[in-house]
Write a protein that binds this ligand. Structure first.
Ligand SMILES: Cc1cc2nc3c(=O)[nH]c(=O)nc-3n(C[C@H](O)[C@H](O)[C@H](O)COP(=O)(O)OP(=O)(O)OC[C@H]3O[C@@H](n4cnc5c(N)ncnc54)[C@H](O)[C@@H]3O)c2cc1C
Length: 181
């Protein structure tokens, strides 16, 4: 909840054993408003579209998680740096191969820890659940897998070096199939 009312924003995250980390600029109004308050974070992956014999039974295949808890602002530089590494490497492990953020960079960033104490996960997979009375109806029914495939890297003019192996290796990867947390 912000001063202007309820607000939900997409964000990247990282997961430690029992903590989810989020980050944003100090000016970010949502993270500022969430500090030391109960917040809710959700993660959703759409794996497929499910078509039934009646729109009433259409569905989606998905994996989703809902986390609720009290957000804690990370105050110390060491803990913030560790959390930012976890967030960064959750996408692609690049933290160790790049110029580390300066102390000023860290100070300009709000890092929030959310305990993974209260959370739920839901998964749906497979085909449509049609009503028994529709058994003999002649409509197509089934499911269409959905994926998110990584394209080829596009190099900045100020890159000065070739594409790192870890990034080049991403091309063609289906992010939905990556083993991640
Ligand atoms: C995949 C993805 C990952 C992201 N990861 C992060 C992250 O880890 N950390 C981070 O700080 N930001 C992240 N962002 C950007 C984030 O969603 C916000 O846009 C950003 O934090 C804006 O903050 P703000 O304080 O400038 O805007 P605010 O002042 O909070 O927003 C002002 C208004 O702008 C509108 N608005 C803001 N953001 C969006 C949006 N994304 N889409 C549509 N309308 C919007 C809303 O109406 C909001 O009320 C991510 C965005 C995407 C799509």
């Amino acid at each position: 909840m912000t001063d202007e009312g309820p607000l939900v924003l997409p964000m990247v995250y990282g997961i430690d054993d029992d903590t989810m980390y989020l980050h944003g600029a100090i000016a970010n109004s949502l993270l500022g408003a969430g500090a030391d308050h109960e917040i809710c974070a959700t993660v959703t992956i759409v794996d497929g579209l499910v078509f039934a014999k009646t729109p009433f039974n259409h569905s989606m295949n998905y994996r989703s998680v809902v986390v609720r808890g009290r957000a804690r602002i990370i105050a110390g530089e060491d803990e913030a740096r560790r959390a930012l590494r976890i967030i960064t490497d959750h996408i692609v492990p690049t933290w160790d191969t790049l110029r580390p953020p300066t102390a000023n960079d860290i100070r300009a960033t709000r890092v929030v820890a959310l305990p993974l104490a209260e959370m739920s996960a839901k998964i749906r997979s497979g085909g449509a659940g049609n009503f028994p009375e529709d058994e003999n109806e002649r409509y197509w029914t089934g499911h269409v897998p959905v994926s998110m495939v990584v394209g080829a890297p596009v190099t900045n003019v100020d890159a000065h070096v070739s594409v790192p192996d870890a990034i080049a290796a991403l091309s063609g990867t289906d992010l939905h199939s990556r083993q991640t947390r």
